[in-house]
Write a protein that binds this ligand. Structure first.
Ligand SMILES: *[C@@H]1O[C@H](CO)[C@@H](O)[C@H](O)[C@H]1NC(C)=O
Ligand SMILES: *[C@@H]1O[C@H](CO)[C@@H](O)[C@H](O)[C@H]1NC(C)=O
Ligand SMILES: *[C@@H]1O[C@H](CO)[C@@H](O)[C@H](O)[C@H]1NC(C)=O
Ligand SMILES: *[C@@H]1O[C@H](CO)[C@@H](O)[C@H](O)[C@H]1NC(C)=O
Ligand SMILES: *[C@@H]1O[C@H](CO)[C@@H](O)[C@H](O)[C@H]1NC(C)=O
Ligand SMILES: *[C@@H]1O[C@H](CO)[C@@H](O)[C@H](O)[C@H]1NC(C)=O
Ligand SMILES: *[C@@H]1O[C@H](CO)[C@@H](O)[C@H](O)[C@H]1NC(C)=O
Ligand SMILES: *[C@@H]1O[C@H](CO)[C@@H](O)[C@H](O)[C@H]1NC(C)=O
Ligand SMILES: *[C@@H]1O[C@H](CO)[C@@H](O)[C@H](O)[C@H]1NC(C)=O
Ligand SMILES: *[C@@H]1O[C@H](CO)[C@@H](O)[C@H](O)[C@H]1NC(C)=O
Ligand SMILES: *[C@@H]1O[C@H](CO)[C@@H](O)[C@H](O)[C@H]1NC(C)=O
Ligand SMILES: *[C@@H]1O[C@H](CO)[C@@H](O)[C@H](O)[C@H]1NC(C)=O
Ligand SMILES: [Cu+2]
Length: 570
């Protein structure tokens, strides 16, 4: 009797494994608890109380595998509202767990909690999590490390060790006060005092020698560095003196490996690289450094963070220090060349599912603009106005309730309108020099509605209004394929013929070149409300953001499930 029960249950287990559809959740469930707490931290000889997860800065690592479920309970113990966004996670049919405040959820208020519950499907590499309320992500961020499924190898030699490298930005002042002041006066916000590697500014700043990230290595080994740009407002160059890096993955999608001495990485992006150490103990210490790329007119933190690549046997000797060479701050050719090197692996195991036909085309201008100064106030933005930023001249106003909720319950009336322009309403020379002189932007909570599975081609066109800048545009709920990129105005007649529809890179954040354009394609196969915005928080706060509403499909697995019972209320 007992044996037959065991036999039957084995048979059942066996048959259910065989019958399991390939998309079913096959991994394990991993539980995390995030306590949002204040923590005193000292950097550059001044102490500051910052918002953290579990008192850690940078925050805790999430280590998982493709196919796993993550269940993360976030408890808010601080005076601020907060949400957490799992940056780059596709959130297939789990839009309620995406996190941007007032888009997919109301904030988790002081004393409240919310459980984020989602799976990692079809992704492997590095992603990250960060706060998605106001500028709290300045200190609330950490890595998401996604290993391949059990017994599935990397498509490159197994590294000896894996090391997350989070680039960040350190402000001596209170970042919430800084963005509030900018929105009030209309001026550009105060810039940071330092950049950081894993939270540490390093030896090139005053009073910071002891806060230096050291990567201790052995000779003749291959290390996998998981780079993440978590800086608030700055795209960065990164390099390690005398070492070549092999890029293998971007935004948790494998790429065709290529060698480079210097990386370009925008806020929101991740890049996995292989670092091969020297075959023998060298007689030098090597710095790894990062500093900004910037072409705009405003002020910027023009400093350099350094960490140390230290060969272990050499730790006690007084060796010469070698520093890498980084491009000039305004070297627009470097990001342009770098982006053309990124190609999907696009093989049978890791195909590039680039939409080959297009159902709906869009042209979005992205750039700066201004709002008039309110009556009786003096403003410190351009010509006494207030700085703003927009997409197709819409500076997006955040609603006071969550868009996903009103969409799901059919109560969108009065919260958002569906008239987000597909094309600029008034075309002009977007990259003219001198720039188009109409800077005033419109505003509203406008969205684009897409039927389920629409195949979308989106061209994002930078403008030169109030200064040409590059804008790292991030989409939630999807990856897009970067099919084309160029300088000047997009030419709808000649440029599409040059699109790469074979092996374009697949990512969640792409830099719209300064004074240029980028074309992406994606398949709207994920029902929900999905934020798309500039990942420079200053531009995000000024309104460079919008949302896509993707409708349910007909089949049960094409529908957004009902919200979890603990979804925060506004
Ligand atoms: C931070 O430091 C201040 C001043 O020393 C102290 O009053 C406060 O309790 C500390 N906060 C935390 C969270 O440790
Ligand atoms: C997470 O979601 C799954 C699938 O909907 C559900 O079975 C599970 O109970 C959820 N877990 C928690 C802790 O909410
Ligand atoms: C911004 O910088 C100015 C000049 O240094 C300073 O007076 C002001 O207090 C700063 N604002 C905030 C919010 O830290
Ligand atoms: C560093 O690289 C330079 C140029 O590639 C080379 O001449 C030098 O020997 C290297 N030095 C060390 C210590 O690796
Ligand atoms: C390091 O210095 C020692 C002694 O000066 C020398 O023997 C050795 O060859 C040097 N190693 C390298 C890699 O240059
Ligand atoms: C940035 O700093 C470097 C020196 O560190 C200086 O040469 C350069 O002019 C500065 N650039 C800007 C835009 O401030
Ligand atoms: C970068 O700035 C420098 C100094 O302002 C200028 O001489 C140079 O032409 C600029 N380079 C580019 C590529 O714009
Ligand atoms: C602006 O100031 C004038 C004169 O003091 C006053 O009459 C008017 O009501 C003020 N307007 C606003 C919007 O506060
Ligand atoms: C747009 O402006 C640029 C820079 O001023 C100029 O070179 C270009 O010819 C203009 N394009 C059109 C279509 O007018
Ligand atoms: C803006 O440009 C147009 C022509 O391009 C010109 O007629 C107009 O005077 C300009 N306005 C300002 C305020 O410079
Ligand atoms: C939004 O636009 C309206 C006019 O359409 C204007 O009155 C209002 O001031 C604008 N709001 C902001 C925040 O700029
Ligand atoms: C926190 O969120 C709630 C709900 O949206 C809102 O009523 C409240 O004003 C927010 N508080 C702050 C400080 O933003
Ligand atoms: Cu931007």
């Amino acid at each position: 009797m007992a044996t037959s029960v065991i036999f039957l249950s084995l048979l059942f287990l066996f048959s259910s494994l065989c019958l399991m559809p390939s998309h079913a959740h096959a991994g394990i469930t991993r539980h995390y608890k995030f306590d949002i707490k204040m923590q005193n931290v000292t950097r550059l000889c001044s102490s500051k109380s910052i918002v953290t997860v579990n008192g850690k800065f940078p925050g805790p690592r999430i280590v998982t595998r493709e196919g796993d479920r993550l269940v993360i309970k976030v408890v808010n113990h601080v005076q601020y509202n907060i949400t957490i966004h799992w940056h780059g996670v596709r959130q297939l049919q789990s839009g309620w767990a995406d996190g941007p405040s007032y888009i997919t959820q109301c904030p988790i208020q002081t004393g409240q909690s919310y459980v984020y519950n989602f799976t990692i499907t079809g992704q492997r590499g590095t992603l990250w999590w960060h706060a998605h309320f106001s500028w709290l992500r300045a200190t609330v961020y950490g890595p998401i490390i996604i290993r391949p499924k059990l017994n599935v190898p990397y498509p490159f030699k197994k590294p000896y060790k894996e090391v997350p490298i989070m680039l960040g930005e350190w402000f001596k002042g209170d970042t919430e006060a800084i963005i509030a002041q900018s929105l009030q006066t209309g001026a550009g916000p105060n810039v940071s005092e330092a950049y950081t590697i894993n939270g540490l500014p390093g030896p090139l700043y005053n009073c910071s020698q002891k806060d230096t990230f050291k990567l201790k290595v052995k000779p003749g080994k291959t290390y996998l560095l998981r780079l993440i740009n978590a800086a608030l407002n700055d795209e960065l160059f990164f390099s390690i003196a005398n070492h070549t890096l092999t890029v293998v993955d971007a935004d948790a999608s494998y790429v065709k490996p290529f060698n480079t001495d210097i990386l370009f990485i925008s806020p929101g992006q991740t890049t996995n690289v292989l670092l091969k150490t020297k075959p023998h103990f060298p007689n030098a210490t090597y710095f790894m450094e990062a500093r900004p790329y910037f072409t705009g007119q405003g002020t910027i933190d023009n400093t350099t963070v350094a960490g140390v690549l230290q060969y272990q046997q050499n730790s006690n000797t007084n060796l010469p220090v070698l520093r890498p060479t980084l491009p000039q701050i305004n070297d627009t050719s470097f990001p342009a060349n770098f982006s053309t090197k990124l190609r999907s692996l696009a093989n049978s195991e890791y195909p590039a599912n680039v939409p080959q036909s297009v159902d709906k085309r869009f042209l979005f201008t992205v750039g700066l603009g201004s709002n008039p100064c309110p009556e009786n106030q003096t403003c410190q933005g351009p010509n006494g106005s207030k700085f703003a930023a927009s997409i197709n001249n819409v500076s997006f106003t955040l609603p006071s309730t969550a868009l996903l909720q009103v969409h799901y319950f059919g109560m969108a009336n009065g919260v958002y309108t569906t008239d987000f322009p597909s094309f600029p309403l008034m075309p002009f020379n977007y990259t003219a020099n001198p720039p188009f002189n109409h800077t005033h932007v419109g505003n509203g909570t406008k969205v684009v509605v897409l039927p389920f599975n629409t195949s979308v081609e989106l061209v994002m066109q930078g403008t030169t209004i109030l200064g040409a800048e590059s804008h790292p545009l991030h989409i939630h709920g999807f990856n897009f394929y970067v099919v084309g990129l160029g300088s000047g105005n997009f030419d709808p007649t000649n440029d599409p013929a040059k699109f790469n529809l074979l092996d374009p890179v697949e990512r969640n954040t792409v830099s719209v070149p300064s004074g240029g354009w980028v074309a992406v394609r994606f398949q709207a196969d994920n029902p929900g409300v999905w934020f798309m915005h500039c990942h420079l928080d200053v531009h995000l706060s000024w309104g460079l953001r919008m949302a896509w509403v993707v409708m349910d499909g007909k089949l049960p697995n094409q529908k957004l499930p009902p919200p979890p019972s603990d979804l925060p209320k506004c």
